[in-house]
Ligand binder design. Structure first.
Ligand code: COA
Length: 438
């Protein structure tokens, strides 16, 4: 049978496609912008047909309807990362969370630790050779397609063809649902004075010719705005968003000095606006590789002048970084933070730096301000980056270098970049905690 005959014989409606899901199955979807919304909606609409279907994925930008309390008889959410629409299900007890380093997800799938019954993905229409492109998300998508018992695909003609480890032959997919729908777009982050000051401090640690990884949240984009005067920057990053396009178009990012994959921007997923997706479309300067390559600390370490910039929720006096929980509330996930922190530390040229950048204060749900630099982590919070791994912490008030520093030196360096309104209180805590003068 030709690929065309195969493809047309497998086209169906979303309602028909989700009949393949059976009670007790584990359903995994491609994440972030690659979430196949038409299939997810059809699965939720068909909820009465299922009991105890486990739903897993990393980031979602979608409605997360399967994670709502009224769905608990039908679906059980088990996040590998949590997002605004899925967090409550874990806090309320009917959802759950599995901690996992992002670079290990394909390996978990391969080994059957994350055994997948049904994988749901969004792809571009097939090309003349019968290959669809996974477009905005190669990460664990390629392994999901390879290992799942059944693969369902939304074929969306708005998915950009992006080069790299992104092409899947139609024979690997069991059912196709054709659709034409704009991709999820992420609003531009709010960048105020605090974010710009953080960006300027981070920029001090970035040399011309550096290779950058940029994490999730407003801070990485703010940092990019402060790098306009740098030269010959490169990208080796789990994700990129719109800020990278500005710097590429300004000629600041050109990937020309990279030690690995020179002249190519290496990413594993895209999350931004249509401008970013159009930029990546058939762009020979952008190569998308699976997350077990991009985030693998041993691969990260092969880059030269590797600078990793991620964010966090809180840091304690010892430098324990909390990035994915607020007390017992699961807020996000480790994602690629530790993958890159460790990769930078292992850099073969000895020049890698891992920056955790954050505003010095946060506003709590009750409206009160808290210092993000604290003597102790909150009860129930999980350490994301350990005190042994932590390198630089940056706030709008400066840079705290922590590697090789004693507990007291760490605490002093951190208090010196805390918000001035909290410094006195933190100094008192220091003296109690360490039985020593500040
Ligand atoms: N105590 C209580 N609340 C806090 C807090 C603290 N110490 N720090 C932040 N918050 C609140 C904020 O006020 C904000 O509340 P809101 O949603 O009601 O406005 C919320 O938590 C989110 O904080 P914010 O700083 O706006 O988050 P962000 O979008 O910039 O993301 C992380 C920051 C840390 C959550 C995000 O970077 C993350 O998930 N990191 C882990 C994964 C990772 O680093 N991956 C990197 C590779 S992509």
């Amino acid at each position: 049978m030709s690929w065309k005959e195969l493809y047309y014989s497998r086209i169906c409606t979303a309602e028909e496609a989700v009949q393949s899901i059976k009670s007790g199955d584990r359903v995994v979807f491609a994440h972030a912008v690659a979430e196949p919304a038409i299939l997810v909606d059809a699965m939720v609409a068909n909820a009465q047909a299922y009991q105890d279907v486990e739903v897993c994925h990393m980031v979602t930008l979608g409605k997360g309807a399967y994670s709502k309390p009224e769905m608990q008889e039908h679906f059980r959410f088990n996040g590998w990362f949590t997002s605004p629409s899925t967090r409550d299900s874990i806090a309320q007890g009917h959802g759950d969370f599995t901690p996992v380093f992002f670079h290990e997800v394909p390996n978990y799938i391969r080994k059957g630790i994350f055994d997948i019954d049904v994988f749901m993905v969004m792809v571009s229409p097939p090309d003349e050779h019968g290959y669809c492109c996974v477009g905005v998300s190669s990460d664990y998508t390629m392994q999901g397609i390879e290992s799942a018992k059944i693969v369902l695909a939304e074929v969306n003609d708005q998915v950009p063809v992006v080069f790299g480890d992104t092409f899947v032959h139609v024979s690997k997919i069991d059912k196709f649902v054709e659709n034409s729908h704009p991709l999820f777009e992420l609003g531009l982050p709010k960048i105020g004075e605090v974010e710009l000051a953080i960006g300027k401090n981070c920029a001090e640690l970035v040399e011309d010719g550096a290779t950058l990884q940029l994490g999730i949240g407003a801070i990485p984009d703010a940092v990019l705005q402060s790098l306009k005067d740098k030269k010959d920057l490169g990208i080796h990053s789990e994700m990129i968003s719109d800020g990278v396009v500005d710097l590429y178009e300004a000629g600041v990012i050109n990937n020309s000095k990279k030690g690995l994959n020179r002249n190519k921007m290496i990413v594993t997923f895209l999350m931004g606006s249509k401008r970013l997706y159009d930029f990546a479309r058939e762009n020979p300067a952008v190569e998308m590789r699976t997350v077990d390559y991009v985030n693998n600390p041993c691969v990260v370490a092969q880059n030269t002048n590797m600078i990793c910039i991620n964010s966090c929720l809180a840091v304690d006096f010892m430098g324990q970084v909390v990035s994915d929980s607020i007390g017992t509330r699961q807020f996000s996930g480790v994602g690629g933070q530790v993958d890159f922190v460790r990769g930078a530390a292992m850099s073969l040229d000895g020049k890698g730096k891992a920056i955790i950048a954050m505003p010095s204060v946060a506003t709590k749900k009750d409206g009160s301000m808290v210092s993000k630099i604290t003597p102790f982590i909150d009860h129930g919070a999980a350490v994301t980056t350990s005190r042994n791994d932590v390198d630089y912490i940056v706030t709008e008030y400066g840079i705290a270098e922590l590697k090789g520093k004693t507990l007291k030196q760490r605490a002093r360096n951190l208090i010196n970049i805390a918000h001035p309104d909290f410094r006195e209180q933190l100094k008192e805590e220091f003296e109690k905690r360490f039985c020593a003068k500040f």
